[in-house]
Write a protein that binds this ligand. Structure first.
Ligand SMILES: Cc1ncc(COP(=O)(O)O)c(C=O)c1O
Length: 390
């Protein structure tokens, strides 16, 4: 069976399902594995020697047939040399940064990254003698000026967490490469459906598969997606930490991937419909959404992305804590909780943390993840809750 290279959903449906024998279930089973048995000592020794190579069955911690199928599939979607699946998105971030650095190195981290990424850098990496410096991802000249001979990695996110500025991905990757640093991007928002950062020159993409890839708010998994130069170190670093993705989460990711493109196209439309509606509301100062023309970096989004996810924020006019609670609590169609990318809509106030260029907006920032409810019901619910802000 062969499919046109451009038809992403055909690929999503047919890859990652194991050998094409006749008489098999549609889906791979959940592979529970620790010990792998070998007929002969020689075969065991060969597996041990090749244990870091993808596809080698040696011991459960190194992966099993379902893990290998999933990693191969993510690599195909991203145009990557190899993918390492780990236990969460944050594990992917922290292992990628650990794999790219050593004591004495300097690391540049975008000022708008996911807050726990900042936390890992400021606490753990700094404790191991890595010099952490934050940069404004929208200010390329300043990034270039901050590069040092010891800069080992540039960590950034597109778009920024909670505030959705879209940096110039190829330019940041080029500045890093010219200075001998590894570029690492958190690509969770776009998924490989809407952006393939390796094609834009980035070395490593990290994903929280707990979001859109799993897609149903019930699995925790992360991916470190690598070019050829970075793959061996990333794989060995994850193995050295004893990291692996859980079997059930591997199964749920393979299952989530089948519908990823369809779900992304749906949340793109629904997200834009709700964002556009919110822009017209008197209580809303700004909508922070990469596909809207006034979003910082909108032109970068137009050039480098093939669509927009259903996650965006609004800046409300300044209101008291009580009013903010009344608004959020008053929403009936939106769950309150961290994470995003599942089938139900979510709401969460966010407080942008900046050390380089202070966050200038006066009003409260509230993030929405738009799910599969119909958008008229969502906007009616929002209209009712917004009335509590008056
Ligand atoms: C942009 C981004 N990256 C990484 C993570 C971490 O992923 P996980 O929750 O799977 O550890 C999150 C989680 O919210 C996120 O929003």
């Amino acid at each position: 069976m062969s499919f046109g290279e451009t038809d992403l959903t055909n690929t999503l449906v047919h890859l990652g399902r194991g050998p094409n024998d006749c008489g098999r279930p549609v889906n791979l089973p959940i592979h529970q594995s620790s010990t792998i048995l070998f007929e002969k000592l020689e075969a065991f020794q060969a597996a041990r020697d090749a244990r870091y190579d993808p596809g080698t069955l040696y011991y459960g911690r190194y992966g099993n047939p379902a893990t290998f199928e999933l990693e191969t599939m993510i690599s195909a979607l991203e145009g990557a040399h190899g993918t390492v699946s780990v236990s969460s998105g944050l594990a992917a971030v922290s292992l990628a940064l650990t794999g790219a650095t050593k004591a004495g190195d300097h690391v540049l981290v975008a000022d708008n990254v996911y807050e726990p990424t900042r936390g890992f850098c400021d606490t753990v990496l700094a404790r191991y003698g890595v010099d952490i410096e934050f940069f404004d991802p929208m200010d390329l000249p300043s990034l270039a000026s901050l590069m040092r001979p010891k800069t080992a990695a540039v960590m950034f996110e597109a778009p920024g967490s909670g505030t959705f500025e879209v940096p110039d991905i190829p330019a940041i990757a080029q500045i890093a490469r010219e200075n001998g640093a590894v570029s690492i991007i958190d690509g969770t928002w776009a998924t490989p459906v809407f952006c393939r950062p390796l094609d834009l020159g980035v070395d490593v993409v990290v994903h929280s598969g707990s979001k859109y890839i799993g897609g149903h708010a019930d699995s925790m998994i992360g991916f470190i997606v690598c070019n050829e130069a970075t793959y061996p170190t990333m794989r060995r670093t994850a193995v050295a930490f004893g990291e692996r993705a859980g079997s059930q989460d591997v199964f749920l990711s393979l299952r989530g991937l089948r519908t990823l493109e369809i779900r992304m196209r749906q949340v793109e439309q629904a997200g834009l419909a709700v964002a556009t509606w919110l822009r017209e509301q008197a209580q809303v100062l700004r909508v922070l959404h990469p596909a809207l023309p006034d979003c910082p970096g909108h032109r970068n989004w137009q050039r480098d992305f093939q669509g927009s996810a259903g996650l965006f924020s609004v800046v409300l006019k300044p209101v008291s804590d009580d009013c903010l609670h009344a608004f959020v609590d008053g929403l009936r169609m939106f769950g309150i909780g961290v994470s995003w990318g599942g089938y139900e809509s979510l709401v969460l106030p966010v407080a942008p943390n900046r050390v380089v260029s202070p966050w200038q907006e006066d009003g409260r920032v509230v993030r929405f993840s738009i799910g599969f409810e119909d958008t008229d019901s969502l906007t009616q619910d929002l209209a009712r809750a917004l009335s509590f802000l008056k």
